[in-house]
Design a binder for this molecule. Structure first.
Ligand code: AHR
Length: 510
């Protein structure tokens, strides 16, 4: 039997045995119109465990190579991943944080107890100046979250003035005294965090009134983000939208928080020790983000039909049990190929809803929850999630191409999820398609048809691994990384792509 005939025979047999799935994808490049904000690829760094201290900041006197106290290896890794935006200082920590404790000479800064995360004492050596210098270093836009839970309106108003004002005023004098002549250009300001919970246990009515008050005193051409609902609290969104849009100029975004657990908040499951049943459970749970985005958007449409207000998913990602032997308050977890799939799915989902989702922030950048980077003393690990963000950077500020994807279902243990999940965009004449094959045991062939543009060349990248719970660890060769992926040449506006089982793939056509 000739080689080509033999391969065709093997492929046909695999299809008929159901060992390879088949999907179709139709892209209308002529219908591309919505911009995918680069801020959708944003991150979140809280004073929690070893995220700030030890992760981002080691201090100038550290033996770990650093640039003005910031870990050098991490700075280069984040730049290389093209991190566009960073949210700080919390999280629950944010509503306990008094910014004036974190400015001025470091030896004069008072210490504080991080009551939410491990009860550890912090020396406030990483404060406003350090955060904004770090953002400059990694070339990311800063997003500062203001304390509403235990802070005052004056404190909030003065923080904005200290950072952004060029007037002659006590706050700008103080900033200059602390070594920064020019104001920083900080556009994104969050007003409170999870105010239905750790940020003050408020009702939506009470918080919305407080929001209007705080927002009014945070002056300037700012993008103000109201503390939105927890998961599917649609009433919170309804009340908040109704009350805040009475003062339309004061609200530019509303946040949404949604984490993925293996089963539930009380049964988070292990980050690394899981089977296929846990695999599909996590993917099934993370896909619920789509319903949340759609239902919250429908409520927002009622008060903001022109979609001026962004849905800001400023906390998302996998939340598993902490690694055995680590401080339960530090939320340190490993990161496997399953995390890569979760990242790929959510980023595709946010791209596909870019008309309303204007920013998202994975929790959290380093050493906490679904991190892109893990550190241990002077060692650093780039996680599978890191490589997905690096791969997906092609979508930043590109134009979304609506996609018509027809795919089967991957079923296991009574659960069912789509076999393939994807999104596509176009920038500078290059079409980028990111596809996740959710099935851990079955490859998938996708017949891609493109209308509206001719293509003659194709390239690809892939994140996959031998086992679904493979991860990268300190001192060992990487098991999950970004590799190049061979894609056939497009012919007459069509290309056939074979997605290996449990993979995240980028196909670029030109
Ligand atoms: O990201 C960890 C915590 O999760 C944040 O502090 C809080 O906002 C959320 O509950």
């Amino acid at each position: 039997m000739k080689k080509k005939v033999f391969y065709t025979f093997v492929l046909l047999s695999l299809f008929s045995l159901g060992a390879i799935g088949q999907s179709t994808l139709h892209l209308h490049t002529d219908q591309a119109e919505t911009k995918i904000n680069r801020e959708i690829y944003g991150h979140f760094a809280e004073h929690l465990g070893r995220c700030i201290y030890g992760g981002i900041y080691v201090g100038e006197d550290s033996d770990i190579p650093n640039i003005r106290g910031f870990r050098e290896d991490l700075v280069y890794a984040l730049k290389d991943m093209e991190i566009p935006l960073l949210r700080w200082p919390g999280g629950c920590f944010g509503d306990t944080y008094h910014w004036k404790d974190g400015i001025g000479p470091k030896h004069e800064r008072p210490s504080m107890v991080n009551v939410h995360w491990g009860g550890v004492t912090e020396d406030n050596s990483f404060g406003t100046h350090e955060f904004l210098e770090f953002c400059e270093l990694i070339e990311a836009e800063p997003y500062i979250n203001i304390n509403v839970g235990s802070g005052t309106v004056q404190e909030a108003s003065e923080w904005v003035e200290y950072v952004t004002s060029n007037n002659i005023s006590p706050m700008t004098d103080l900033r200059k005294k602390n070594g920064r002549e020019e104001p920083w250009d900080v556009k994104y300001w969050g007003i409170g965090n999870e105010n239905w919970g750790c940020g003050g246990n408020m009702t939506p009515e009470y918080y919305a009134d407080l929001y209007n008050r705080f927002a009014g005193y945070c002056r300037g051409d700012l993008y103000r983000i109201a503390g939105g609902p927890n998961v599917d609290d649609y009433n919170w969104m309804e009340v908040l939208m109704e009350k805040t849009t009475r003062h339309r100029h004061l609200v530019q975004g509303v946040s949404l928080h949604n984490y993925t657990f293996t089963n539930s908040w009380t049964d988070k499951g292990s980050a690394t020790d899981f089977d296929e049943s846990d695999w599909i459970s996590v993917l099934n749970n993370t896909l619920k983000m789509e319903t949340l985005v759609e239902r919250h958007s429908t409520i927002m449409d009622k008060y903001d039909p022109e979609k001026r207000i962004g849905l800001i998913v400023d906390e998302w990602g996998n939340w598993f049990s902490v690694e055995p032997g680590t401080n339960p308050g530090f939320l340190y977890q490993q990161n496997t190929l399953r995390d890569a799939l979760v990242a790929g799915i959510n980023l595709n989902l946010f791209n596909n809803h870019a008309d309303r989702v204007k920013m998202s922030n994975i929790a959290q950048t380093v050493n906490v929850l679904q991190s892109v980077i893990l550190t241990k003393d002077e060692e650093i690990v780039l996680t599978p999630t890191y490589y997905v963000f690096k791969m997906y950077a092609v979508h930043q500020d590109a134009t979304l191409i609506p996609l018509n994807l027809k795919t089967g279902q991957y079923e296991y243990d009574g659960k069912s999820v789509p076999s393939v999940y994807g999104s596509a965009s176009t920038k500078d004449g290059v079409v980028s398609i990111t596809l996740c094959n959710l099935n851990p045991t079955k490859a998938e062939t996708i017949e891609v048809t493109i209308t509206g543009q001719d293509f003659s060349s194709s390239t690809g990248q892939i994140v996959t691994a031998k086992n679904m719970n493979d991860y990268n660890d300190f001192g060992l060769e990487e098991k999950v990384t970004l590799k190049s992926f061979e894609v056939k040449k497009p012919k007459n506006g069509k290309v056939s792509v074979e997605l290996p089982a449990k993979s995240v793939v980028l196909v670029q056509l030109q």
